[in-house]
Design a protein around this ligand. Sequence first.
Ligand SMILES: Nc1ncnc2c1ncn2[C@@H]1O[C@H](COP(=O)(O)OP(=O)(O)OP(=O)(O)O)[C@@H](O)[C@H]1O
Length: 327
Amino acid sequence: MDAFIQLDRVEKVFEVRKKAGFLKRERRQVRAVDSISFTVARGEMVGYIGPNGAGKSTTIKMLTGILTPSAGRLRVAGIDPSRERTRLAHRIGVVFGQRTTLWWDLPLIDSYKLMHRMYRIPDARYRDNLDRCVELLELGGLLDVPVRQLSLGQRMRGDIAAALLHEPEVLYLDEPTIGLDVISKAKVRGFLRELNDERGTTVLLTTHDLQDIEQLCSRVMVIDHGRLMYDGALAGLHEVGESERTLVVDLERELPPIDAAPAWVVRVEGPRQWLAFPAAESAAPLVARIAAEYPLVDLSVREPDIEAVIAKMYAGSAPGQAEKAVS
Ligand SMILES: Nc1ncnc2c1ncn2[C@@H]1O[C@H](COP(=O)(O)OP(=O)(O)OP(=O)(O)O)[C@@H](O)[C@H]1O
């Protein structure tokens, strides 16, 4: 395997000062990343997930060279990121969903022109890459619009293009679909799939949206409290987490709890009932049965979010057992 990203017992410890009385301050250490080891092959698309504060952003910041590990060995394309950050910058692209790298008051195209110069991208290559991104991300009508006037979905597509103009070999995506509507999410996911298929770009994806992972990643890594808890297929994560989906049913009136095994009612509020059912079961027969037997007004299926899957994963494992999930 051509290991493109390599982490060997990588740690990051932050020193923080905490108030411990009126004038006293205590020093405390936060172990944000705790002896993590993994490799990602060239061309892989891997989900990197975990609850808030798990250590995902800290890992990505070390992979870009913004942060230096406290211990361990880290390489991206054979480069030590914190030592050769500028050299690495030409080979990686980063998109932070919650922040933009675009110039807020400038038309989108001006940000791209600035990046063309900053990264010293040869003219022909820049034009090719820009044309491709404009076409696939549907940015044609937006190039002359100031970034502050773009919708969130448009801005996100603009940011993804910005990260790709210099043709990076690896793309780190931190919540690329956060806050996007269904259509924008589909566009972003479709584009990432094509990018990975056609160019073999290695992608490390951080997200709270399980569907991002389902649709894009064959492999997922779960991190919590700075430790790698799981590394494998998403299906395996569902198994470990024995995850459930939820059916939200609006009835015409208040009724006793719906009887529809294998689903079971977990909450009732007036005419609305929430039913959990195993994620592996198909929702269609369940929906058909409820619709036939109950006075239905509305119904929706909610996918488990990553927090729920991970919470289940821990609930179902004795301390230390979850670590065994790491292959
Ligand atoms: N610069 C810093 N100084 C001190 N502590 C930090 C710093 N950056 C992160 N931390 C702490 O390290 C831990 C991991 O944070 P990190 O941002 O990597 O988590 P995350 O998994 O990306 O979370 P989220 O999903 O909320 O973005 C948290 O406890 C956080 O408070």
